[in-house]
Ligand binder design. Structure first.
Ligand SMILES: C[S@@+](CC[C@H](N)C(=O)[O-])C[C@H]1O[C@@H](n2cnc3c(N)ncnc32)[C@H](O)[C@@H]1O
Length: 245
């Protein structure tokens, strides 16, 4: 990976693209040979897509960003399986990173894809787009709907584990415990708290749950020698409010 010169990213439900800017800056810092980043970004909100387009243009003049990048924003409302299949058909590359941050809870709220588990469906659709050394990063908020029994992290873990049990070609790497437990785990609650200082607020706290999934061979290489007991399935005293790596 250190030698890589070009990276492809897909951001599903990108909003105004804060995570894209973060990824560009982070990857430029971590990968010294990187020359170009290609980003396909989709969202239903035309205003967000417009902001992202202008953000991309503005970033081209920023001194701190030395590498070439191309952001391809797409405005699509994805409500059904057919919409998702049409969207996948539009993409003509595979990705090193596929992101979906804090968005799938909105599908639950809007009852999109009304049958089944949205996290499971999205993982099924997106994993085939992943390059052999790529990573799918899913994060979401940690609350719940009043009329739904499960919290979003529980729905997310349940859905992802179901998808990974259906398709053994992929495995989780983060949280580390999921690599070991995803075969039997029915979906636990998890939460990590990050503190970020930005233009509107000092030390703003954000609470998220997240999973990172890779091709199984790649995951096995990464996880060689890594153990974790910070998982409530194996350690009932594990604190669900602690970072769960
Ligand atoms: C809370 S925002 C998160 C945006 C960005 N990922 C972030 O973390 O800042 C959720 C985004 O999901 C998008 N979204 C929700 N349902 C969608 C759907 N059915 N199809 C496409 N985009 C959708 C919304 O338009 C919104 O921009």
């Amino acid at each position: 990976m250190q030698q890589i010169e070009e990276i492809n990213i897909l951001d599903f439900c990108c909003g105004t693209g804060g995570e894209i800017v973060g990824m560009i800056i982070g990857l430029q810092f971590l990968l010294p040979n990187l020359k170009r980043i290609n980003v396909d970004a989709v969202d239903a909100n035309p205003d967000a897509i417009r902001v992202l387009y202008h953000l991309g243009e503005d970033l081209k003049g920023v001194d701190d960003i030395k590498i070439e990048f191309h952001i391809h924003p797409m405005c699509l409302f994805i409500e059904t399986g057919q919409d998702f299949e049409d969207f996948i058909q539009m993409l003509n590359r595979e990705y090193h990173y596929i992101l979906s941050f804090k968005a799938l809870n909105e599908f639950v709220q809007n009852r999109s894809f009304s049958v089944g588990n949205i996290y499971s469906d999205v993982v099924d659709y997106l994993l085939p787009l992943l390059l052999p050394d790529g990573a799918l990063i899913l994060s979401d908020v940690t609350t719940k709907l009043d009329d739904v029994y499960l919290f979003y992290p529980e729905l997310m873990n349940k859905g992802i584990n179901e998808a990974l049990r259906r398709n053994r070609s992929y495995k989780s790497i983060i949280p580390h415990s999921c690599y070991y437990m995803e075969d039997k785990c029915e979906g636990c609650y998890m939460q990590d708290i990050f503190t970020v200082t930005h233009s509107r607020k000092q030390m703003d706290r954000t609470k998220v749950a997240y999973r990172i999934i890779c091709h199984a061979d790649f995951a096995n290489t990464i996880m060689d020698g890594i153990r974790s007991n910070n998982c409530r399935a194996v350690n009932r005293l594990a604190d669900k409010f602690e970072p769960y790596r």
